[in-house]
Design a protein around this ligand. Structure first.
Ligand code: ZN
Ligand code: ZN
Length: 244
């Protein structure tokens, strides 16, 4: 079942009806009215990604005086800045899995809140013309039934009144999952994966790309490349979590 624009609220409503009453990680009881996939204890264990991190790609770096990570010192991504709110570790990893692979759509507002709070604290992420979710290939969309980054982007668009670009870019190359691939293979895998079908809005614009997890950043980099080629002035990326 593919949730289109109009019936996703209904889908969320149905999933809410089955909102888990237990913490995704430790199975302690969680009041459904809290809207949280985590109990208080597990909420307190979230590893927020704080400084020092690479000012370009947002990856944690070891020393306090280092501006760029080792990769960004020798390689230039096409996006201007990428940031992630947390590290991709327990308990956030389990919450993302529940949303993405078990289809617990009722967790989406929890992530929208995490991302929105980060955007409140970092105004440059709100200073954009459009919000763009990382598109899924139609085949994967059919398998999964929804695009989790679209749910997040839609929530943020509504929260901040920033227009959502939902159908301007498509993922036309069906790529194998990036897990287990080397950096070079990941780059090759997502090369030319995206195609712009509505180029008009991009000329001179500032775009915020929303993703769930950043690992090698190869996917958001491939997307940023075509956005820059279409005339985007600035491409920023915000994700829930980053690998180390
Ligand atoms: Zn818990
Ligand atoms: Zn970096």
């Amino acid at each position: 079942m593919v949730y289109g624009n109009d019936n996703v609220d209904l889908a969320e409503g149905l999933f809410n009806f089955f909102l888990p009453q237990h913490c995704v990680v430790c199975f302690r009881y969680v009041s459904s009215s809290s809207g949280s996939p985590l109990c208080e204890h597990c909420l307190s264990r979230i590893s927020f990604l704080r400084t020092p991190f690479c000012v370009r790609c947002g990856r944690p770096v070891a020393g306090g005086n280092i501006l760029f990570c080792r990769r960004c010192r020798s390689f230039s991504f096409h996006f201007d800045e990428a940031r992630a709110v947390t590290l991709y570790e327990t308990p956030i990893r389990e919450c993302i899995h529940a949303l993405k692979y078990q289809g617990v759509l009722s967790f989406a507002p929890f992530f929208v809140n995490l991302l929105a709070e980060y955007m409140e604290d970092h105004p440059f992420l709100r200073d954009v013309d459009y919000i763009l979710p990382v598109p899924l290939h139609p085949k994967r969309l059919k398998e999964r039934g929804f695009n989790q980054t679209l749910l997040l982007a839609r929530g943020l668009s509504a929260r901040f009144g920033i227009p959502l670009l939902e159908k301007a870019v498509v993922r036309w190359k069906h790529t194998v999952p990036q897990v287990g691939l080397s950096l070079r293979e990941r780059r090759k895998n997502v090369q030319n994966a995206f195609r712009i079908i509505r180029p008009t809005p991009f000329q001179g614009s500032r775009v915020l790309v929303i993703d769930d997890v950043l690992t090698s950043r190869a996917t958001v980099d491939a997307l940023s490349k075509i956005l820059k080629e279409a005339g985007c002035a600035t491409v920023r990326v915000l994700a829930i979590a980053s690998g180390k």
